[in-house]
Design a binder for this molecule. Structure first.
Ligand code: B12
Ligand code: SF4
Ligand code: SF4
Length: 237
Protein backbone atom coordinates (compact mmCIF):
# COMPACT_ATOMS: atom_id res chain seq x y z
CA UNK A 1 0.00 0.00 0.00
CA UNK A 2 2.69 2.44 1.13
CA UNK A 3 4.98 1.29 -1.69
CA UNK A 4 2.28 1.79 -4.35
CA UNK A 5 1.44 5.32 -3.14
CA UNK A 6 5.18 6.11 -3.18
CA UNK A 7 5.26 5.01 -6.84
CA UNK A 8 2.14 7.04 -7.58
CA UNK A 9 3.72 10.14 -6.04
CA UNK A 10 6.96 9.60 -7.97
CA UNK A 11 5.03 9.09 -11.24
CA UNK A 12 3.02 12.28 -10.68
CA UNK A 13 6.20 14.19 -9.83
CA UNK A 14 7.88 13.09 -13.08
CA UNK A 15 4.74 13.80 -15.15
CA UNK A 16 4.47 17.31 -13.65
CA UNK A 17 8.11 18.00 -14.51
CA UNK A 18 7.57 16.78 -18.10
CA UNK A 19 4.51 19.05 -18.50
CA UNK A 20 6.57 21.94 -17.11
CA UNK A 21 9.08 21.30 -19.92
CA UNK A 22 6.28 22.01 -22.44
CA UNK A 23 4.62 18.63 -23.07
CA UNK A 24 0.85 18.60 -23.70
CA UNK A 25 0.30 14.90 -22.94
CA UNK A 26 2.26 12.32 -20.98
CA UNK A 27 1.56 8.67 -20.13
CA UNK A 28 3.44 5.56 -19.03
CA UNK A 29 3.42 2.09 -20.65
CA UNK A 30 4.69 -1.28 -19.47
CA UNK A 31 7.44 -2.40 -21.89
CA UNK A 32 6.54 -6.12 -21.64
CA UNK A 33 3.82 -6.17 -24.37
CA UNK A 34 5.93 -3.83 -26.53
CA UNK A 35 8.64 -6.52 -26.81
CA UNK A 36 6.54 -8.05 -29.63
CA UNK A 37 7.32 -5.01 -31.82
CA UNK A 38 10.13 -4.86 -34.36
CA UNK A 39 12.88 -3.15 -32.37
CA UNK A 40 16.25 -1.79 -33.41
CA UNK A 41 18.37 -3.20 -31.86
CA UNK A 42 16.20 -6.24 -31.01
CA UNK A 43 17.34 -6.05 -27.35
CA UNK A 44 16.33 -2.35 -27.08
CA UNK A 45 13.77 -2.88 -24.31
CA UNK A 46 15.70 -5.46 -22.24
CA UNK A 47 17.07 -3.01 -19.62
CA UNK A 48 13.83 -1.04 -19.37
CA UNK A 49 10.53 -1.85 -17.62
CA UNK A 50 8.69 1.34 -18.57
CA UNK A 51 8.24 3.58 -21.62
CA UNK A 52 7.13 7.19 -21.14
CA UNK A 53 5.12 8.58 -24.06
CA UNK A 54 5.10 12.35 -24.54
CA UNK A 55 3.03 14.35 -27.05
CA UNK A 56 3.26 17.92 -28.25
CA UNK A 57 0.21 19.52 -29.82
CA UNK A 58 0.78 21.06 -33.27
CA UNK A 59 -0.60 24.53 -34.14
CA UNK A 60 -4.00 23.82 -35.68
CA UNK A 61 -3.98 26.74 -38.16
CA UNK A 62 -1.15 25.14 -40.13
CA UNK A 63 -3.48 22.31 -41.18
CA UNK A 64 -6.12 24.72 -42.49
CA UNK A 65 -3.61 25.81 -45.16
CA UNK A 66 -3.02 22.25 -46.35
CA UNK A 67 -5.29 21.51 -49.31
CA UNK A 68 -3.81 18.70 -51.38
CA UNK A 69 -0.11 18.74 -50.44
CA UNK A 70 2.20 19.69 -47.55
CA UNK A 71 3.22 23.35 -47.21
CA UNK A 72 6.58 24.91 -46.24
CA UNK A 73 4.93 26.17 -43.02
CA UNK A 74 3.95 22.59 -42.12
CA UNK A 75 7.56 21.52 -42.75
CA UNK A 76 8.73 24.18 -40.29
CA UNK A 77 6.18 23.14 -37.64
CA UNK A 78 7.22 19.49 -38.13
CA UNK A 79 10.91 20.31 -37.68
CA UNK A 80 10.33 22.57 -34.67
CA UNK A 81 8.08 20.00 -32.95
CA UNK A 82 10.74 17.31 -33.43
CA UNK A 83 13.38 19.60 -31.92
CA UNK A 84 11.22 20.51 -28.89
CA UNK A 85 10.25 16.86 -28.29
CA UNK A 86 13.88 15.73 -28.47
CA UNK A 87 14.80 18.44 -25.96
CA UNK A 88 11.97 17.46 -23.58
CA UNK A 89 13.06 13.81 -23.83
CA UNK A 90 16.71 14.73 -23.23
CA UNK A 91 15.90 16.83 -20.12
CA UNK A 92 13.57 14.12 -18.77
CA UNK A 93 16.30 11.52 -19.22
CA UNK A 94 18.64 13.67 -17.14
CA UNK A 95 16.01 14.14 -14.41
CA UNK A 96 15.53 10.34 -14.21
CA UNK A 97 19.29 9.74 -14.27
CA UNK A 98 19.81 12.20 -11.40
CA UNK A 99 17.18 10.21 -9.45
CA UNK A 100 19.28 7.07 -10.05
CA UNK A 101 17.32 5.47 -12.90
CA UNK A 102 18.56 4.18 -16.25
CA UNK A 103 16.89 6.07 -19.07
CA UNK A 104 17.15 6.40 -22.87
CA UNK A 105 15.47 8.98 -25.14
CA UNK A 106 14.21 7.70 -28.51
CA UNK A 107 14.36 10.49 -31.13
CA UNK A 108 11.06 11.94 -32.37
CA UNK A 109 11.75 11.29 -36.02
CA UNK A 110 14.76 9.10 -36.76
CA UNK A 111 14.41 6.47 -39.51
CA UNK A 112 16.87 3.58 -39.06
CA UNK A 113 15.68 1.33 -41.90
CA UNK A 114 14.94 3.38 -45.04
CA UNK A 115 14.07 0.32 -47.09
CA UNK A 116 11.26 -0.90 -44.83
CA UNK A 117 10.68 2.38 -42.99
CA UNK A 118 11.25 1.61 -39.31
CA UNK A 119 12.53 3.66 -36.37
CA UNK A 120 14.13 2.20 -33.20
CA UNK A 121 10.62 1.67 -31.78
CA UNK A 122 7.27 3.02 -32.95
CA UNK A 123 6.07 5.93 -30.77
CA UNK A 124 2.46 5.17 -31.77
CA UNK A 125 2.42 1.77 -30.08
CA UNK A 126 4.01 3.26 -26.95
CA UNK A 127 1.50 6.13 -26.98
CA UNK A 128 -1.42 3.74 -27.38
CA UNK A 129 -0.32 1.53 -24.50
CA UNK A 130 0.32 4.67 -22.38
CA UNK A 131 -3.30 5.81 -22.89
CA UNK A 132 -2.57 8.86 -25.07
CA UNK A 133 -4.91 7.76 -27.86
CA UNK A 134 -6.16 4.97 -30.11
CA UNK A 135 -4.85 3.74 -33.45
CA UNK A 136 -7.08 5.32 -36.10
CA UNK A 137 -7.94 3.98 -39.56
CA UNK A 138 -5.13 6.24 -40.85
CA UNK A 139 -2.77 4.21 -38.60
CA UNK A 140 -2.05 7.44 -36.70
CA UNK A 141 -2.41 7.81 -32.94
CA UNK A 142 -5.63 9.75 -32.30
CA UNK A 143 -6.00 11.62 -29.01
CA UNK A 144 -9.65 12.35 -28.03
CA UNK A 145 -8.87 16.07 -27.54
CA UNK A 146 -6.16 16.89 -30.09
CA UNK A 147 -6.87 14.13 -32.62
CA UNK A 148 -3.82 13.22 -34.73
CA UNK A 149 -2.55 16.85 -34.47
CA UNK A 150 0.20 15.74 -32.10
CA UNK A 151 3.80 14.59 -32.45
CA UNK A 152 5.32 12.03 -30.15
CA UNK A 153 8.53 11.03 -28.42
CA UNK A 154 9.45 8.12 -26.11
CA UNK A 155 11.74 7.71 -23.12
CA UNK A 156 12.68 4.21 -21.94
CA UNK A 157 13.45 3.82 -18.25
CA UNK A 158 13.78 1.37 -15.37
CA UNK A 159 12.06 3.79 -12.94
CA UNK A 160 9.14 1.87 -11.36
CA UNK A 161 6.45 4.28 -12.59
CA UNK A 162 2.71 3.51 -12.43
CA UNK A 163 1.36 2.47 -15.83
CA UNK A 164 -1.62 3.98 -17.67
CA UNK A 165 -4.25 2.01 -19.63
CA UNK A 166 -5.08 2.10 -23.35
CA UNK A 167 -8.29 3.90 -24.35
CA UNK A 168 -11.14 2.72 -26.56
CA UNK A 169 -11.07 3.26 -30.33
CA UNK A 170 -13.59 5.96 -31.33
CA UNK A 171 -13.26 5.97 -35.16
CA UNK A 172 -16.64 4.25 -35.49
CA UNK A 173 -18.16 4.59 -38.97
CA UNK A 174 -15.97 7.59 -39.90
CA UNK A 175 -13.90 7.22 -43.06
CA UNK A 176 -12.85 10.82 -43.70
CA UNK A 177 -9.13 9.96 -43.81
CA UNK A 178 -9.74 7.15 -46.32
CA UNK A 179 -11.77 9.45 -48.56
CA UNK A 180 -9.26 12.33 -48.43
CA UNK A 181 -5.99 10.39 -48.87
CA UNK A 182 -4.40 11.58 -52.16
CA UNK A 183 -2.66 8.20 -52.60
CA UNK A 184 -5.79 6.14 -51.89
CA UNK A 185 -3.60 4.38 -49.33
CA UNK A 186 -6.06 4.06 -46.41
CA UNK A 187 -8.24 0.95 -46.58
CA UNK A 188 -10.90 2.14 -44.10
CA UNK A 189 -10.60 -0.98 -41.93
CA UNK A 190 -11.22 -0.47 -38.20
CA UNK A 191 -9.46 -2.13 -35.26
CA UNK A 192 -10.40 -2.54 -31.60
CA UNK A 193 -6.80 -2.38 -30.39
CA UNK A 194 -4.07 -2.32 -33.03
CA UNK A 195 -3.40 -3.60 -36.54
CA UNK A 196 -1.21 -6.71 -36.78
CA UNK A 197 0.84 -5.04 -39.47
CA UNK A 198 0.71 -1.85 -41.52
CA UNK A 199 -0.82 -3.57 -44.54
CA UNK A 200 -3.94 -4.40 -42.56
CA UNK A 201 -4.89 -0.72 -42.54
CA UNK A 202 -2.89 0.77 -45.44
CA UNK A 203 -1.76 0.08 -48.96
CA UNK A 204 1.51 1.04 -47.32
CA UNK A 205 3.64 1.41 -50.47
CA UNK A 206 1.16 3.92 -51.94
CA UNK A 207 1.69 6.25 -48.98
CA UNK A 208 5.49 5.85 -49.14
CA UNK A 209 5.49 6.51 -52.89
CA UNK A 210 3.41 9.70 -52.48
CA UNK A 211 5.55 11.08 -49.64
CA UNK A 212 9.01 10.00 -50.76
CA UNK A 213 8.54 10.05 -54.53
CA UNK A 214 6.41 13.20 -54.80
CA UNK A 215 5.85 15.42 -51.74
CA UNK A 216 9.48 15.43 -50.50
CA UNK A 217 10.50 16.76 -53.94
CA UNK A 218 8.23 19.82 -53.72
CA UNK A 219 10.08 23.15 -53.51
CA UNK A 220 10.70 24.00 -49.81
CA UNK A 221 9.45 20.59 -48.61
CA UNK A 222 12.42 18.24 -48.36
CA UNK A 223 10.95 15.69 -45.92
CA UNK A 224 8.51 12.77 -46.38
CA UNK A 225 5.52 14.63 -44.92
CA UNK A 226 1.88 15.03 -46.01
CA UNK A 227 -0.59 16.18 -43.32
CA UNK A 228 -3.83 15.37 -45.15
CA UNK A 229 -4.98 12.40 -42.98
CA UNK A 230 -4.13 14.61 -39.98
CA UNK A 231 -6.10 17.60 -41.28
CA UNK A 232 -9.38 15.83 -42.07
CA UNK A 233 -9.76 13.83 -38.83
CA UNK A 234 -12.78 15.19 -36.91
CA UNK A 235 -10.94 14.71 -33.63
CA UNK A 236 -8.85 17.80 -32.84
CA UNK A 237 -10.33 20.01 -35.57
C1 B12 B 1 9.28 5.61 -40.67
C2 B12 B 1 8.18 6.60 -40.39
C3 B12 B 1 7.34 6.95 -41.45
C4 B12 B 1 7.30 6.14 -42.75
C5 B12 B 1 6.53 4.85 -42.45
C6 B12 B 1 5.22 5.11 -41.63
C7 B12 B 1 4.66 3.93 -40.82
N1 B12 B 1 3.34 3.91 -40.66
O1 B12 B 1 5.38 3.09 -40.32
C8 B12 B 1 6.60 7.13 -43.72
C9 B12 B 1 7.64 8.01 -44.40
C10 B12 B 1 5.70 6.51 -44.78
C11 B12 B 1 5.82 7.99 -42.71
C12 B12 B 1 4.67 8.67 -43.00
C13 B12 B 1 3.96 9.40 -42.09
N2 B12 B 1 4.34 9.72 -40.83
CO1 B12 B 1 5.84 8.93 -39.93
N3 B12 B 1 7.16 8.12 -38.86
C14 B12 B 1 8.00 7.16 -39.11
C15 B12 B 1 8.80 6.79 -37.83
C16 B12 B 1 10.18 7.49 -37.90
C17 B12 B 1 8.95 5.29 -37.54
C18 B12 B 1 7.62 4.51 -37.68
C19 B12 B 1 7.80 3.04 -37.51
O2 B12 B 1 8.80 2.53 -37.03
N4 B12 B 1 6.77 2.30 -37.88
C20 B12 B 1 6.72 0.87 -37.74
C21 B12 B 1 5.28 0.38 -37.91
C22 B12 B 1 5.18 -1.14 -37.94
O3 B12 B 1 4.57 0.82 -36.77
P1 B12 B 1 3.22 1.67 -36.77
O4 B12 B 1 3.05 2.49 -37.99
O5 B12 B 1 3.22 2.40 -35.45
O6 B12 B 1 2.08 0.59 -36.77
C23 B12 B 1 2.06 -0.56 -35.92
C24 B12 B 1 2.15 -0.31 -34.42
O7 B12 B 1 1.62 0.97 -34.08
C25 B12 B 1 1.28 -1.47 -33.89
N5 B12 B 1 0.77 -1.25 -32.54
C26 B12 B 1 -0.03 -0.27 -32.05
N6 B12 B 1 -0.23 -0.44 -30.74
C27 B12 B 1 0.42 -1.57 -30.39
C28 B12 B 1 0.56 -2.18 -29.13
C29 B12 B 1 1.33 -3.39 -29.06
C30 B12 B 1 1.48 -4.02 -27.73
C31 B12 B 1 1.96 -3.91 -30.23
C32 B12 B 1 2.79 -5.17 -30.13
C33 B12 B 1 1.79 -3.27 -31.48
C34 B12 B 1 1.05 -2.10 -31.52
O8 B12 B 1 0.24 -1.60 -34.83
C35 B12 B 1 0.68 -1.15 -36.11
C36 B12 B 1 0.70 -2.28 -37.12
O9 B12 B 1 1.63 -3.26 -36.76
C37 B12 B 1 7.88 7.44 -36.73
C38 B12 B 1 8.65 7.88 -35.49
C39 B12 B 1 8.71 6.71 -34.52
N7 B12 B 1 9.88 6.30 -34.11
O10 B12 B 1 7.68 6.15 -34.18
C40 B12 B 1 7.14 8.58 -37.49
C41 B12 B 1 5.68 8.84 -37.15
C42 B12 B 1 4.94 7.53 -37.10
N8 B12 B 1 5.19 9.59 -38.30
C43 B12 B 1 4.27 10.43 -38.03
C44 B12 B 1 3.48 11.11 -39.00
C45 B12 B 1 2.59 12.24 -38.51
C46 B12 B 1 3.52 10.73 -40.36
C47 B12 B 1 2.69 11.27 -41.54
C48 B12 B 1 1.30 11.81 -41.26
C49 B12 B 1 3.51 12.29 -42.35
C50 B12 B 1 3.45 13.69 -41.86
N9 B12 B 1 4.26 14.04 -40.85
O11 B12 B 1 2.68 14.49 -42.35
C51 B12 B 1 2.63 10.00 -42.43
C52 B12 B 1 1.48 9.04 -42.03
C53 B12 B 1 1.54 7.72 -42.73
C54 B12 B 1 0.61 6.69 -42.09
N10 B12 B 1 -0.68 6.81 -42.40
O12 B12 B 1 1.07 5.85 -41.33
C55 B12 B 1 4.07 10.58 -36.51
C56 B12 B 1 2.71 10.02 -36.07
C57 B12 B 1 2.00 10.91 -35.04
C58 B12 B 1 0.63 10.36 -34.73
N11 B12 B 1 -0.24 11.24 -34.27
O13 B12 B 1 0.35 9.20 -34.87
C59 B12 B 1 5.33 9.78 -35.94
C60 B12 B 1 5.07 8.99 -34.67
C61 B12 B 1 6.44 10.82 -35.70
C62 B12 B 1 6.30 11.60 -34.39
N12 B12 B 1 7.39 11.84 -33.69
O14 B12 B 1 5.21 11.98 -33.98
N13 B12 B 1 6.38 7.92 -41.46
S1 SF4 C 1 0.21 10.56 -45.09
FE1 SF4 C 1 -0.92 11.31 -46.93
S2 SF4 C 1 -0.61 9.68 -48.45
FE2 SF4 C 1 -0.08 8.77 -46.45
S3 SF4 C 1 -1.96 7.84 -45.65
FE3 SF4 C 1 -1.95 9.96 -44.86
S4 SF4 C 1 -3.10 11.15 -46.40
FE4 SF4 C 1 -2.53 9.22 -47.37
S1 SF4 D 1 -10.52 10.54 -39.92
FE1 SF4 D 1 -12.11 9.27 -38.98
S2 SF4 D 1 -11.54 7.15 -39.52
FE2 SF4 D 1 -9.73 8.43 -39.88
S3 SF4 D 1 -8.59 8.27 -37.95
FE3 SF4 D 1 -9.88 10.12 -37.78
S4 SF4 D 1 -11.77 9.37 -36.76
FE4 SF4 D 1 -10.66 7.55 -37.51
Amino acid sequence: MVVSSQYRDHTEKIKTKIRALGADLVGVADTEPLKRLKLDPPSLLAPFSRAISIALRLPSAVFEQIIDQPTPLYLSVYQTANRILDQIAFHTTNILQRDGFKSLPIPASQVLDRENWYGAITHKAVGRMAGLGWQGKSLLLINPRYGPRIRLVTILTDAPLNIDSPIKNRCGECNLCRDACPARAIKGVGTKDNYKNRDESLYFSRCVEKLVGEFSKLPDVDAPICGICIKVCPFGR
